[in-house]
Design a protein around this ligand. Structure first.
Ligand SMILES: CC(C)(COP(=O)(O)OP(=O)(O)OC[C@H]1O[C@@H](n2cnc3c(N)ncnc32)[C@H](O)[C@@H]1OP(=O)(O)O)[C@@H](O)C(=O)NCCC(=O)NCCS
Length: 250
């Protein structure tokens, strides 16, 4: 091979090595810190958009509207546990929820709403759940048994506030004490904390709501504080009452 030929061959090898290195480390070159790479591998494509946007990859190509951000924050539409399905709310759920618990005066004792006296109130509530689910900042899952997804037995909320998800929950009285809600709470907490952008899941409960506190503790939540005059529970008192703050984080 001529001298020029050898130089050309060496140059080609050098270019090939440079390209290989570039492909291997391209994420670092684009400004992704190391920690993001493992997150990216675990994340859905919607999360890719958010993470890439956060680190400035798309800084020169701003999204037309913040759809990628809103969508990427949502949890899965459907979650399953050993015994339960957590699914999106449907208009037909109103009658089932009314029968199951919204009209039961014992269930909402420590909730912010009063028992429903007519199914139209539950209907209005479920319509609002469907509307805000579509908006992306709050997912109110309907709980059903795995064997029968048509009959609602309760609900659990995931309200997304930046890097925090707040949860609230309720289950029909005939199913209390079976450990079902801890299953649902854990499913929501794990789905939330699996998101690269969510770092904390929290819930508050009235200081006298022992059943709720136990459900959170059994779901791995830590009691962080007692919040004085935190929440009005109108079925107990018109005045704001103290709550415990519980959280799980990563
Ligand atoms: C709080 C609630 C969601 C707990 O759900 P659950 O599926 O019954 O949870 P668990 O089966 O793990 O039981 C939790 C605790 O409830 C209590 N409990 C059990 N059986 C009960 C019963 N028949 N009646 C009342 N409380 C009971 C026990 O203290 C239990 O704790 P333990 O397991 O250490 O004994 C449920 O009681 C409920 O829907 N309550 C009304 C709505 C409400 O208060 N929501 C929370 C608002 S912050």
């Amino acid at each position: 091979m001529s001298r020029n030929g050898r130089i050309a061959a060496l140059a080609m090898m050098g270019i090939a090595l440079a390209v290989a290195a570039a492909l291997r480390y391209q994420l670092s070159w684009l400004g992704f810190p190391d920690g993001f790479r493992s997150e990216l591998r675990r994340s859905s494509s919607r999360d890719w958009c958010l993470v890439a946007h956060q680190v400035g990859f798309f800084r020169t190509i701003p999204p037309a509207r913040p759809v990628a951000f809103t969508m990427s924050r949502t949890l899965p539409d459907r979650l399953t546990t050993a015994r339960l399905v957590l699914r999106e709310p449907r208009l037909v759920d109103a009658a089932g929820l009314f029968e199951s618990y919204t009209q039961d005066v014992n269930v909402p004792r420590y909730m912010t709403w009063r028992p429903h006296t007519d199914v139209s109130q539950t209907d209005a509530f479920i319509r609002e759940c469907i509307r805000v689910w579509a908006a992306g900042d709050r997912q109110s899952y309907v709980l059903t048994d795995r064997e029968n997804e048509q009959v609602p037995v309760g609900m659990i909320d995931a309200r997304i506030r930046g890097h925090i998800v707040e949860t609230g929950y309720v289950i029909t009285r005939s199913r209390w004490g079976q450990g079902l809600m801890p299953e649902a709470i854990q499913a929501v907490a794990e789905a939330a904390l699996a998101k690269p952008t969510i770092f904390r899941v929290q819930a508050t409960c009235d200081v006298e709501n022992r059943a709720s506190a136990r459900a959170l503790e059994k779901s791995g939540f830590i009691r962080e504080a007692r919040l004085e005059r935190w929440m009005v529970h109108p079925n107990v008192s018109a005045e704001p009452r103290a709550s415990f703050m519980y959280a799980r984080w990563k």
